[in-house]
Design a protein around this ligand. Structure first.
Ligand SMILES: [Zn+2]
Length: 104
């Protein structure tokens, strides 16, 4: 009998991390830091201190008052604790490009 293997949030999380999908954008000269995660549907801005992500899934979880994090936020949390993220140095002029991700 064959059994379909269910894709768990943990599977998605480790796949993102191993493909370098957790990014820390370091802006110069301001020193501002922004985190993003590249998921299967796109790239989302992260607010790691609050476990919040800009994806629709996270948005609806927050509205419903669910404490559970989406797999993007989980990926950031795990990548930060294991130092498995990619640091991208950017100029302050480029910050609007990243903030544009919030408007998708
Ligand atoms: Zn998310």
């Amino acid at each position: 009998m064959s059994k379909n293997k269910e894709v768990t949030p943990e599977d998605k999380t480790s796949k993102i991390i191993s493909s370098g999908g957790v990014k820390r954008h370091l802006f110069n000269p301001s020193g501002l830091e922004l985190w993003t995660v590249v998921g299967s549907e796109g790239e989302y801005i992260q607010f790691p201190d609050r476990g919040v992500c800009s994806c629709p899934q996270s948005f609806f979880k927050r509205i419903r008052g669910e404490a559970e994090m989406c797999y993007h936020a989980l990926a950031v949390k795990m990548a930060r604790s294991n130092n498995e993220y990619v640091t991208v140095e950017c100029s302050d002029d480029e910050i609007h490009i990243l903030l544009g991700l919030l408007l998708v």
